[in-house]
Ligand binder design. Structure first.
Ligand code: CAA
Length: 263
């Protein structure tokens, strides 16, 4: 099952329809070593396959979401090893293997790869004092898991350049003000509750419509507006072929709660 035991993460289903992955490598502030990423990918694949889970929350601890890729693991890496093993490419499994919505609940440090991991989520919630940043420049490298691309799309070129070239951090409050985070919470407890509650709300809808909505919004990041709007319209049209469209609209007319068939 999705809830087998892991070394660097904890996996559970705390609410109906909701899967939770908690990064759990506290001594290294959840530094994202390769075995941790492998476990994360395994857990997300299991949630994708699970008939009970409809939305997933990814979190760390109060102190750290993740302090980045594991610097000690990376230090001896050569160009040819990084290149031939396509180092960090498997991190993107997060965005391709999981078709169900992923909410990142970020408290504490979300630096380097930790910030990039959070930016891969469909929805990002954080605490006001979360500490985001892309400090790779201080290590003689650059972000390698999408930071130069996703952060730039999220905050615009001016801010992204400023952050990535200086390596300075930004707070959870900044993240919310700049549109990186959808919501900001006063503390970790409220954050996790908010993320689980949103996941539960999403899990209450038609799985077909939810997957289509996620897919269509994500297309906006890759396509020109005209192509994106056309793509959306095609997906919208296709949903009239589902039972859940009939069920949802009939329930509205009858002032009843829809009983989704997820088909
Ligand atoms: N990799 C490996 N170990 C890490 C780590 C990382 N990214 N971040 C923290 N740790 C380890 C520390 O080495 C330390 O271990 P020891 O107790 O064995 O010394 C432990 O976690 C606790 O860390 P600190 O003592 O440093 O804790 P702090 O509270 O004083 O500082 C911090 C916290 C500011 C987050 C600091 O740990 C830090 O700057 N970490 C590195 C952040 C960073 O540069 N991240 C980017 C990595 S590069 C990257 O991610 C590439 C990419 O794009 C994918």
């Amino acid at each position: 099952s999705a809830c087998r035991s892991y070394e660097f993460i904890e996996v559970s289903e705390p609410r109906p329809g909701v899967g939770l992955v908690k990064l759990n490598r506290p001594k290294a502030l959840n530094a994202l070593c390769s075995p941790l990423i492998d476990e994360l990918n395994t857990a997300l694949r299991a949630f994708q396959a699970s008939p009970t889970v409809a939305a997933v929350v990814l979190t760390g601890s109060e102190r750290a979401f993740a302090a980045g890729a594991d610097i000690k693991e990376m230090a001896p890496l050569t160009f040819s090893e990084a290149y031939t093993k396509s180092f960090i490419e498997s991190w993107s499994d997060l965005t391709t293997a999981l078709k169900k919505p992923l909410i990142a609940a970020v408290a504490g440090h979300a630096l380097g790869g930790g910030c990039e991991l959070a930016l891969m989520a469909d929805i990002l919630y954080c605490t006001a004092n979360a500490n985001f940043g892309q400090p790779e420049i201080k290590l003689g490298v650059i972000p390698g898991a999408g930071g130069t691309q996703r952060l730039t799309r999220a905050v615009g070129k001016a801010r992204a350049m400023d952050l990535i070239l200086t390596g300075r951090s930004f707070s959870g409050e900044d993240a919310e003000r700049w549109g990186v985070a959808a919501k900001v919470f006063p503390d970790y407890e409220a954050l996790l509750e908010g993320a689980l509650s949103t996941a539960e709300t999403i899990a209450g809808y038609s799985k077909v419509a939810v997957q289509a909505a996620k897919e269509a919004v994500n297309k906006s990041q890759d396509l020109a507006l005209r192509d994106g709007v056309e793509y959306e319209r095609r997906v919208f049209h296709s949903l009239f072929g589902t039972n859940d469209q009939k069920i949802g609209m009939k329930a509205f007319a009858e002032k009843k709660k829809p009983e989704w068939t997820h088909s």
